[in-house]
Design a protein around this ligand. Structure first.
Ligand code: KG4
Ligand code: ZN
Length: 341
């Protein structure tokens, strides 16, 4: 292995096109192009996502390389998201990565998106000292597509302890926001409104799930009925109650996540916890896990804000760690929409 490992990471699994440069485990750039085209649909439209990736990918990669101040000829390897994700979106990033890897005759490294969300905790910066979690730790990965509790024994030794049986936590945020008429992604909107609302005003039932699994579809339906009944009596119900609705539904989602997280700590005896995924940007969730830290129930690790939602840096970092372990991907490997660990 050469002295300096320069890895380009490409992420295109859902609706963010992102590329990043990691040099010896240190982030030198992380460029993210968010796709505005989905806003008015209340969720990601797969066909539109893959088309937007097509137009974004070249400028995003170019920008990441430029910002990092490296040359394409200096790249040691290219990491790309093989899955899980939307097939049309994954194809764009994987084909781009393969083409460039062949042209430059450098290593191509496939990355599991869910593993990468967790590995984002190990990204270092040139100018900041960050403390990464020690193994073993429990990761709560909460995004628009996934909700998982993972026991992380080592970088690539991860065991899923529990996961959602229906909607993901981020999806629940997005769907209730859509019910209130807000654009996609709804999570940040709910988060903002919740700050001004009363979390005990409305009650949304928590699903009774076995073990460490989650379910959010009942909550979504209960929210829908509350809004429907409210609007029947008062056409201005949503506008008049949006802050309380947001605060109450956010509390219900966060409580459900925290109940299982605490149970996972009890059952495994591991009390280092790391949040990952888009929903880890949520203030209600951040406050709840920080409470665990203040009451000495757990040591808590929160991701850097730019690493909460989908980003190329987490893909480049995971590829860098795989490269160090001598891993190489087969050029024939096809993207997998439901890739597991
Ligand atoms: O990890 P991510 O970028 O994409 C997936 O892999 O799905 O997560 C996106 C999800 C969306 O559902 C979005 O609404 C949610 O993360 N999200 C939030 C917040 N910021 C993003 N949910 C709640 N509060 C937030 N502040
Ligand atoms: Zn994600």
């Amino acid at each position: 292995m050469s002295a300096r490992e320069i890895v380009l990471g490409i992420e295109s699994s859902c609706d963010d096109t992102s590329a990043a440069i990691i040099v010896d485990g240190v982030q030198h750039s992380n460029v993210i192009a968010r796709q505005k085209v989905h806003e008015r649909y209340g969720g990601v439209v797969p066909e539109l996502a893959s088309r937007a990736h097509q137009s974004n990918i070249l400028p995003v990669v170019h920008q990441a390389i430029k910002e990092a101040g490296v040359l394409v000829s200096e790249l040691s390897a290219i990491g790309y998201t093989r899955g899980p994700g939307l097939m049309g979106s994954l194809l764009v990033g994987s084909m781009f990565a393969k083409g460039l890897a062949i042209a430059r005759d450098i290593s191509l490294i496939e990355v599991n998106h869910m593993q990468a969300h967790i590995i984002a905790h190990f990204i270092r910066y040139p100018d900041r000292d960050l403390v990464a979690p020690q193994f073993p730790f429990i990761a709560l990965t909460v995004s628009g597509g996934h909700t998982q509790l993972v026991l992380v024994k080592d970088f690539f030794e991860m065991k899923i302890l529990g996961q959602t049986k229906d909607d993901a936590a981020g999806e629940a945020f997005d769907k209730v926001a859509k019910t209130m008429g807000f654009a996609y992604p709804g999570g940040p909107v709910i988060d903002r409104l919740a700050k001004k609302g009363d979390p005990d005003r409305f009650h949304f039932p928590k699903a009774k799930m076995q073990g460490l699994d989650f379910s959010f579809s009942g909550l979504k339906t209960s929210f829908l009925y509350t809004v429907r009944d409210g609007v029947k009596e008062n056409p201005k119900f949503i506008e008049a109650n949006k802050n309380d609705l947001a605060a109450s539904v956010q509390k219900a989602i966060v409580d459900a996540l925290m109940a299982k997280l605490k149970r996972a700590i009890r059952e495994t005896g591991v009390n280092r916890i790391a949040l990952a995924g888009g929903v880890s940007a949520n203030n209600g969730l951040r406050n709840a896990v920080e409470e665990l830290q203040h009451t000495n129930q757990a040591q808590v690790f929160l991701p850097q804000f730019e690493h909460t939602t989908d980003n190329g840096a987490m893909i480049a970092m995971t590829a860098y760690l795989k490269l160090r372990q001598g891993f190489q991907s087969n050029l024939n490997a096809a993207p997998k929409a439901n890739l597991s660990f």
